[in-house]
Design a protein around this ligand. Sequence first.
Ligand code: FAD
Length: 370
Amino acid sequence: MSPEPTVIIGGGVIGLSIAYELACRGHQVQVLERGSQFGREASWAGAGILPPANPDSALDPSDYLRGLSHQLHPDWAARLKSETGIDTGFRRCGGIYLARKSGEAASLTGYMHLLAEQGHETIHLDQDKLLALEPALDPEQFHTAYLLPDEFTLRNPRHVKALVKACEQRDVQLMTDCEIQDFESSGETITGLRTSRGRITGKQYCIAAGAWSSQLLRKISAIPTGIVPIRGQMILFEGPKNLIHRILNEGSRYLVPRSDGRILAGSCEEEVGFQKGTTREMLEQLTDFAYSIVPALKELEVTLSWSGLRPGSFDGVPYLGKVPNVDNLVMASGHFRSGLHLSTGTAVLMADLLEHKTSEFDWEHFSLIR
Ligand SMILES: Cc1cc2nc3c(=O)[nH]c(=O)nc-3n(C[C@H](O)[C@H](O)[C@H](O)COP(=O)(O)OP(=O)(O)OC[C@H]3O[C@@H](n4cnc5c(N)ncnc54)[C@H](O)[C@@H]3O)c2cc1C
C-alpha cells in the first residue's frame, strides 16, 4: 500500500510550489483546488515582478525569505523549462524606479541607498541615460531615476502551467472542482477532509488557500489570523515588441513589458471583500498612469482588464508554519503583493517543515500567533 499523501489545500502558486518541492524530494502529494483550473485566482492575476533581494544581507526574516526566493527563481525557471518544455517567461529584465517630484525623489534616493548598503547594484540614471535605456519615456517628466539590474520578471500564468505539468509528471495527485468544506478530527489530529468530491484523507495537511485561508482555518482552529482579500486591478496593452524593455515602477504602480510586446499596467489596493471585477474609475486611473509614463501607449488599444484578490495579512508578513494545537496541519498563506516572488523560498522552507527538519529559519517571525 502506498503511504498516505501530504494534502495541500489550494492550487495557486503557493500550493503548487510546495507540492512540486515535496514531489522532487520523493513524497506522495495531493493538491485539492476548488476551481475548475489550477492557479486562476491571485496567481493568474499578478504582474510577475520579482524585485532584487539577497539572503546574505537580509535585514530580517522577511527579507531573508525574499532573498532566498530570489536566489531560487532562476534555477526553478530553468528546471521547469527542462522538465516541461514550458518557457515561463522568466527574464532578468531589470527595473527602473522613477520619481516625479522632489519629495518622492528624496524617499526614492533613501531607499536606493539602503539597497546599495545591502549590496544591491543600484545605478542612478540622468536624463540622457534614462532616454538611452528607454526611448519611449519622456525623461523631462522625471526628477530622479534609478536602474536595478537584478529585478526579474516571469509570466505567472505560464509559470503556474509549468508547475502543474511538472507536478503531473512527478505523480502528484491533482484534483480540481474539489472544495474543502470542513475538517474531521480526533483529539488534536486531523483525520480527513470533507470536500465537494467526498471524503479525502492524508498524513498531513497544508492550508494554501490564498485570500480564503482564514475562512478555512476558522473551521478547525480559533486562532484569528485575519487574512483579508485585497483587490488589485490590471490593464493590458497590445504593443509592438520592445516599446519598453524594463519594468517601470513609480510608487506602487508599474508597467511590465512582456517579450511579445504586451504591456501590463497596475495596480491598486482595494478592500472590497471577496468581490472581484474591475471598475471604470480605476481602469481610467491606470490608463492615465500608463500614458503619463509612456505617451506612445495612447496610440495602443487596451485589450484586457482584470482583477485578483491578494491574500493580505495585517502586517504584510505571510503566515508560515504549524497550526498550534493541531498535530498534522500547517499553513502557508498571506503573501499579499509578493506571493509569486516568495513562492520558491516558501516551498523549500515548508517542505523542510513538513519533513520535520530542524533549521535555523526564524519561524516565530511568520507564526500564526505572532
Ligand atoms: C493585480 C495583482 C498583481 C500582483 N503582482 C504581483 C507581482 O508582481 N509579484 C508578486 O510576487 N506577486 C504579485 N501579486 C501577488 C500574488 O499574485 C499573490 O500573493 C499569490 O498569487 C498568492 O498565491 P496563493 O497561492 O496564496 O493564492 P491564490 O493564487 O489565490 O490561490 C489560492 C487557491 O486556493 C483555492 N481555494 C480557496 N479556498 C479553497 C477551498 N475551500 N478548497 C479548495 N481550494 C480553495 C482558490 O480557488 C485558489 O486557486 C499580485 C496580485 C495581484 C492581484
